[in-house]
Design a protein around this ligand. Structure first.
Ligand code: C2E
Ligand code: MG
Ligand code: MG
Ligand code: MG
Length: 295
């Protein structure tokens, strides 16, 4: 009986090794091949989520979010492969690859007469990568994009890793006409003086503070102070993770500039962007109309 139990234990252990490690290994190998070959089948695609100006419901731009159309596993979200990419050294080449995909899409929209600002997520290690500035410049060289069309999102924690270095690099990025957004704000530990010195254009309040805003009193206090802080630093403020239209009224009253979230639109493929933007804009505008009072 004891031997059987021990055998069972070994079997379970073997199963775990089989189930977890090879799966990650194969995803890694597949991703590396995609990046090495330039992803000829376009398995790595960007979805886009509209960002709406709260004051008037107009479209401010879209955030590009990676999805992997995997041939056997279906549509993979970043959570299924970004950590693997980061721990196995593919994060930087993946980010640069997606930056080019995003710039190409922005250029197509601009050329079609519907220019749309596109925000691209930059993984933490890129900012401190020696090649960062040349790669950013390379991505926008020879592409006809109006200034301010491209925006880079860097997380609060990544810009605070080496604040002085980040300042120098981001200043040069902005000289290229590229805007800087501080993503996931509230989850890092920026000091006021560091934030004040950071060359940035926008602050994105992390969705953990925004979710449930319509109901949660503590959340309201935190979001209000983040909005005021951003405005005092001369930044435009985005609330991400707006899941209920009711939160828009609260955000409007607090003077928040932009909103992004499932209540307005999910991230959608490039060809669905015009329709998604129109729907999001309409949802935000309709919500502005004062509801008739009962009685
Ligand atoms: P993030 O940059 O903070 O992006 C926002 C995430 O929140 C996205 O998840 C988006 O789909 C999700 N989201 C938007 N509105 C709502 C909402 O109302 N409710 C909820 N629950 N979620 C909402 P996603 O696409 O899974 O991306 C997760 C993270 O992966 C991103 O967080 C970003 O850090 C990273 N990421 C995504 N795309 C890229 C990329 O192209 N390059 C790099 N380097 N990182 C990326
Ligand atoms: Mg982002
Ligand atoms: Mg974010
Ligand atoms: Mg976030």
């Amino acid at each position: 009986y004891r031997a059987k139990a021990a055998g069972g234990g070994v079997a379970v252990y073997d199963q775990l090794l089989d189930a977890v490690a090879p799966e990650e290994m194969s995803l890694f190998g597949e991703l590396r091949t995609l990046l090495d070959t330039g992803d000829p089948e376009n398995q790595l695609v960007l979805y886009f989520q509209p960002q709406i100006r709260i004051a008037d419901g107009s479209v401010a731009g879209v955030e590009a979010l990676v999805r992997w159309r995997h041939p056997t596993r279906g549509l993979l979200l970043p959570a299924a492969f970004l950590d693997m990419a980061a721990s196995r050294g593919l994060e930087i080449s993946l980010t640069y690859h997606l930056l080019k995909v995003a710039v190409a899409q922005a250029a197509r929209w601009a050329a079609a007469g519907n220019p749309l600002a596109v925000s691209v997520n930059i993984s933490p290690r890129c900012l401190l990568h020696d090649d960062f500035l040349p790669r950013i410049r390379d991505a926008v060289t020879d592409v006809d994009l109006p200034h301010g069309t491209l925006q880079l999102e860097l997380t609060e924690s990544s810009v605070m890793l080496e604040p002085e270095r980040a300042r120098t690099v981001l200043r040069q990025v902005r000289e290229e006409g590229i805007l800087i957004s501080v993503d996931d704000f509230g989850t890092g530990f920026s000091s006021l003086s560091q934030l004040r010195q950071l060359p940035a254009d926008e602050l994105k309040i992390d969705r953990s503070f925004v979710q449930g805003l319509a109901r949660d009193v503590d959340g309201v206090v935190l979001v209000r102070s983040a909005i005021d802080l951003g405005h005092n630093l001369g930044l435009s403020v985005v609330a991400e993770g707006v899941e209920e239209l009711e939160a828009l009224a609260v955000l409007r009253e607090m003077g928040c500039d932009l909103a992004q979230g499932f209540a307005l639109s999910r991230p959608v493929p490039a060809d669905e962007v015009p329709a998604a933007c129109a729907r999001a804009s309409q949802a935000a505008s309709q919500h502005r109309v004062p509801q008739p009072h009962a009685g």
